[in-house]
Design a binder for this molecule. Sequence first.
Ligand code: GUN
Ligand code: ZN
Length: 465
Amino acid sequence: MDHTKMANSHRASAATARVFRGTFVHSTPQMALQVLDDVLLGVNTDGKIAFIGNGAELDKLSQKFGFVPSEVTQLAQHEFFMPGMVDTHIHAPQYMYAGTALDLPLLQWLNTYTFPVEAHFKDLELAKRVYTQVVKRTLRNGTTTACYFATIHTDASLLLAQIANDFGQRALVGKVCMDRNNTVKDYKETCQESQDETCRFIAELLNKKYPLVKPVVTPRFALSCSGALLAQLGATAKNNNLHIQSHISENAEEVKLVKELFPESKSYADVYHKYNLLTDKTVMAHGCHLTDEELLLFKETGASVSHCPNSNISLISGILDVRKVLNHEVKLGLGTDIAGGYSASLLDSVRRAMDSSKVLTLRDPEYNTLTFEEVFRLATLGGSQALSLDDQTGNFEVGKDFDALRVNIAAPGGPIDMFQCEKPKILLEKFLNLGDDRNIVEVYVAGKRVVAADSKIQQEDHFKL
Ligand code: GUN
Ligand code: ZN
């Protein structure tokens, strides 16, 4: 197979900055797993993939793209590159209590644990500490793109955006909006405040002109928002062509209450639709209890689902039928949903997604279980599609940004023992099931190395607030 693709337009605007040679694995819309053996991949100074060609054509490619063959970085046999992973749903402030407080169902969990913790993020010092850690932790676990919920606090949400930018993570950041049904003192905003602060958040964040960090309009969920607020947020997103994120149909009690609160709407999805909140730049978390009719609405509007299997199990919310969502041709990515999900690593989401699919097969032996290749695609290309960022990231295509993980299956001190030389597909399967951050020896976002091979220290000196 000839992997050579030339991108003369990119060559014209930027010079080749780095070239790697070795095994690359990624997904395409047609193939859940495509293995590119012994390829040369060049990255331009602007961080975009300039070319992908056969290793055997080193001389020809070096002339064409103007790089020196001796400067090519050669991967070892037990190493490969894969696309960076995309966390389509994560609550940055909740990282503070991740790994605890998993003993209540959603609505009680929110009032007992979540809102009291989030209320503290008015304190910028606390926000700086927690947000720095969550960005560092997710990056080094291979999350090159994250779609974050912050809190209702505008300045702390702007700080999260700044931290993601400083560490080089691609991110969507949302100031959370919620003007009703909150029993926690000091964690409230009125409809007017929520709308005004959302506008300030968007204006100030866009004004920073961060290349990889953008605002996302974030109504918490229908139960937390009045119709008036949802309407204003829908209009704001539309007028500024912005991303939108929220939660939908996570647990049965929530679905029932939404029906009671919005009796005029046909369904939960219809509530959001009515307020122009379902668009092709919308990602809705969970969706465990969505009906076929609601999934049709997702398909029609281009809205996507973030599958958060750890959270769905940890809060005993439900099990998303991923196959049904995919059969409806609805875009779908994976999310950690920290802290409803207890792990900040998308490798955990991959494993829980596999487990959840197998539980559905336990219930119905005819059920078409997801394969690890399909779940790999959800963690990478699927996530980028769900966030409508697949023109920039998600796989190794000429012209996209180089967002990549250099994986060493046999990393010293790592969790995987190797006994023989294995094919790339086996290496990937081992990594997805057994690997951790020790195997992720380098992380690149838009061509920039943001986690380094030897030290794993992420630009500590670069980072100053
Ligand atoms: N629904 C509304 N808010 C939240 C939240 O913070 N976490 C989860 N899992 N579901 C929600
Ligand atoms: Zn969530």
